[in-house]
Write a protein that binds this ligand. Structure first.
Ligand code: 5GP
Ligand code: ZN
Length: 136
């Protein structure tokens, strides 16, 4: 259940304080301590799973249902103009806390390019090769 030295397990156990927006048997939703935008929050399953690879499918489905509910409420209350749901898996993908979490990031007009990636320009052959690899 709880993993030693996991900051999110400590937050869930109440050993480290956080601003809790929502809590039920399965999840806790807290404000991110270093928010990318006003209202940036995190959905944490109470049970420790390192990432989405480890998370049971049922919990993943419940987390997405909760994300949708939180997004609706936060959009109404914060009057934001859009919303990003972000979920990082592995250090190379930007994960820094290895307890599964989903970022709820309200977006506002002119809040900057906080989640920009560079669009690739592959040729059709490469796309076809990748499709073959992933569907064989
Ligand atoms: P990741 O980069 O792993 O997807 O996201 C980890 C997030 O956890 C970061 O946005 C970071 O600001 C947040 N975070 C790290 N430590 C704490 C903490 O002690 N309390 C809270 N509320 N957020 C934290
Ligand atoms: Zn944990």
């Amino acid at each position: 259940m709880k993993q030693d030295n996991c900051i999110f397990c400590k937050i869930i156990a109440g050993e480290i304080p956080s601003h809790t927006l929502y809590e039920d048997e399965q999840f806790k939703v807290i404000l991110d301590v270093n928010p990318a935008t006003k209202g940036h929050a995190l959905i944490l399953p109470k049970e420790h799973f390192a990432n989405l690879y480890e998370l049971p499918e049922e919990t993943a489905a419940d987390a997405m249902r909760l994300a949708k509910r939180m997004m609706k409420k936060m959009t109404e209350k914060l009057d934001c103009d859009g919303f990003n749901i972000v979920q990082n898996n592995g250090e190379v993908a930007g994960q820094t806390v290895f307890h599964f979490h989903m970022h709820l990031i309200p977006r506002y007009k002119n809040d900057g390019e906080i989640l920009k990636y560079i669009a690739g320009e592959p040729d059709q052959e490469e796309l076809a090769r990748i499709k073959k690899m992933l569907t064989e």
